[in-house]
Design a protein around this ligand. Structure first.
Ligand SMILES: Nc1ncnc2c1ncn2[C@@H]1O[C@H](COP(=O)(O)OP(=O)(O)OP(=O)(O)O)[C@@H](O)[C@H]1O
Ligand SMILES: [Mg+2]
Length: 221
């Protein structure tokens, strides 16, 4: 087991009382395993990824990474864990607008203290492999949605994390580009045994992963 969700619930306060958006979600993921999460819009997929990656804390239950409870880590420990062990592709990309595609992709390595030169070289390789070679000097506002998405994917795996969370990583891509992005993610999953948790609405993509989970109204089906 590399990651385990134990009876996760998440409530948000609303004027008419707490709204439960995740309700007793439990499952575990093995090292190197790839798992898809599917479910209707609003079913809690992004919220679940946020809890698993330590971007948000559950109302009750906990997330374990190996033997450590992510949900109970202090903020500094949590940041260090995210930097070294986790890659995340956000549904809305979350690129740094003042940095080029290359600089965005290189960021995780630089934060880990690698030289700017090494980080840029590696980012250049990954972006080229994702068909972004000619666009790596562009800023996010100069990139198409699919190009921003591929930049976000490069950033998620440049530091070879133990687990990658990807929230609809092919949602903005045409079929052919989507296939090459998925090949990249599955390639790194197989090559360095990075576990992959991927939210998708695409059943064909879900079938390419080891296991599929479905969520409905905050509960695993
Ligand atoms: N901060 C918040 N406050 C209140 N409700 C929230 C908050 N964040 C999310 N929600 C609600 O929680 C539910 C689950 O949202 P979430 O973003 O996890 O869905 P999703 O499955 O990722 O949907 P989509 O496929 O559209 O991305 C939604 O009904 C949403 O409105
Ligand atoms: Mg979502």
């Amino acid at each position: 087991m590399i990651l385990k969700a134990e009876a996760l619930t998440k409530d948000f306060p609303t004027p008419s009382g707490p709204l439960r958006i995740l309700d007793g979600v439990s499952f575990s993921i093995d090292p190197g395993e790839s798992v898809s999460i599917t479910g209707p819009s609003g079913s809690g997929k992004s919220s679940l990824l946020g809890l698993l990656a330590g971007l948000d804390r559950p109302t009750s239950g906990r997330v374990l990474f190996k033997e450590t409870s992510v949900s109970e880590m202090e903020e500094t420990e949590l940041c260090a864990w995210r930097r070294t062990s986790v890659g995340f592709v956000f549904q809305n990309f979350e690129l740094v607008s003042s940095l080029t595609a290359l600089e965005n992709a290189a960021l995780p390595l630089e934060i880990l203290g690698r030289s700017a030169k090494e980080a840029a070289a590696r980012a250049g390789e990954i972006l080229a492999a994702l068909g972004m070679g000619a666009r790596s000097g562009h800023f996010p506002h100069e990139l198409s949605g699919g190009e921003q998405q591929r930049t976000a994917i490069a950033r998620a795996y440049i530091h070879e994390p133990e687990i990658i969370f990807a929230d609809e990583p092919t949602g903005s891509l045409d079929e052919e580009t989507a296939r090459s992005v998925v090949d990249s993610l599955l390639g790194i999953n197989r090559r360095i045994k990075t576990a992959l948790v991927l939210v998708t609405h695409n059943p064909e993509l879900a079938r390419q992963l080891d296991r599929s989970l479905t969520i409905h109204g905050g509960k695993l089906a």
